[in-house]
Write a protein that binds this ligand. Structure first.
Ligand SMILES: Cc1cc2nc3c(=O)[nH]c(=O)nc-3n(C[C@H](O)[C@H](O)[C@H](O)COP(=O)(O)O)c2cc1C
Ligand code: SF4
Ligand code: SF4
Length: 265
């Protein structure tokens, strides 16, 4: 059985899928008497880390790995004396097994890795059809998996598997700046000026301060394609697309039930 220590649950969520899972897990832990502190992993400060607590980590899969901001967080974590850690990621289809490389980072820092789970959620990338019913089904199944994962963590039945070599190889590109340059060349965030009200929500939400309002949003060069700006825009003025022409093919995505304000740290 997991000892009842406070849980510091660090998370990043672009469009709310991961945040939804984090909220479900927090609720499930709290029903079992655990105290859970939710902490955005962006701008993590090492001094605030409490190695006497249990650590949770949650993030989305991107480019078979995850966003550079999430890798940065993992690399910034301090060395600990067997602090217990669990992780959850959300993905649309396939990750290549990022849980292996994450486990290695944590083990080298002295963490005790108690469980990892990958949970399928709707895609937030190049959404060509609003598949509301299908998405609801996926989310319902994802919520159940999250609740079961919490039960398994508490009872000591959760696992943290690893495919040596293979998973390191597949998640490696997402750690490289060049891979993200290529991704940005393939598709980038486009603005429909006519729809923009200059409300500044996208600028506030961007986790890497990559948007300037002058007075319309200018997307600068450090975009991590996390889709947060797309997800929070109240007028659907932003979309990730291959070209200006192709922008009308795609729909913005934000997880059902998650408010834009909840995605602004
Ligand atoms: C740039 C980008 C890359 C992605 N790459 C993958 C991927 O390699 N594999 C996958 O299964 N899903 C991928 N996805 C989908 C997301 O992982 C998935 O929709 C996730 O639940 C989004 O979580 P969030 O709403 O918390 O941001 C990608 C999404 C984006 C925006
Ligand atoms: S959130 Fe949307 S409407 Fe508001 S400034 Fe950004 S693009 Fe314009
Ligand atoms: S500009 Fe948008 S997609 Fe790019 S990093 Fe900022 S919030 Fe994410």
């Amino acid at each position: 059985m997991l000892e009842k220590k406070p849980i510091d649950f660090y998370y990043f969520s672009g469009t709310g899928n991961t945040y939804l899972i984090v909220k479900i897990m927090k609720d499930s832990f709290e029903k079992q008497g655990f105290n859970v502190n939710l902490k955005p992993l962006v701008n993590f400060l090492e001094d605030e880390f409490n190695d006497k607590h249990i650590m949770g980590i949650a993030f989305p899969i991107a480019a078979l790995g995850t966003y550079p901001i999430c890798w940065e967080f993992l690399n910034k974590l301090p060395r600990t004396n067997a602090t217990q850690a669990f992780m959850v990621d959300t993905l649309a289809e396939f990750s290549g097994g990022i849980i292996g490389p994450v486990r290695e980072i944590l083990r080298k820092k002295g963490f005790t890795t108690i469980g990892a789970k990958q949970i399928r959620m709707p895609s937030n990338y190049f959404v060509e059809k609003k598949r509301e019913e299908k998405n609801n089904q996926i989310i319902r199944a994802g919520k159940k998996e999250a609740q079961k994962f919490v039960k398994d963590i508490i009872s000591g039945n959760s696992k943290w598997g690893r495919m040596p070599g293979f998973s390191d190889l597949l998640s490696f590109p997402s750690k490289s700046g060049n891979a993200w340059k290529l991704m940005r060349r393939l598709a980038s965030i486009r603005l429909n000026k006519q729809a923009c009200t200059k409300c500044s929500l996208c600028e506030e939400a961007c986790p890497v301060n990559n948007i300037d309002l002058e007075p319309y949003p200018i997307i600068k060069k450090e975009c991590q394609l996390c889709q947060k700006c797309v997800g929070v825009c109240p007028t659907e003025a932003l979309i990730c697309a291959f070209s200006k022409k192709s922008a009308s093919r795609f729909f913005p995505y934000r997880a059902k039930g998650i408010k834009a304000e909840e995605l602004i740290d």
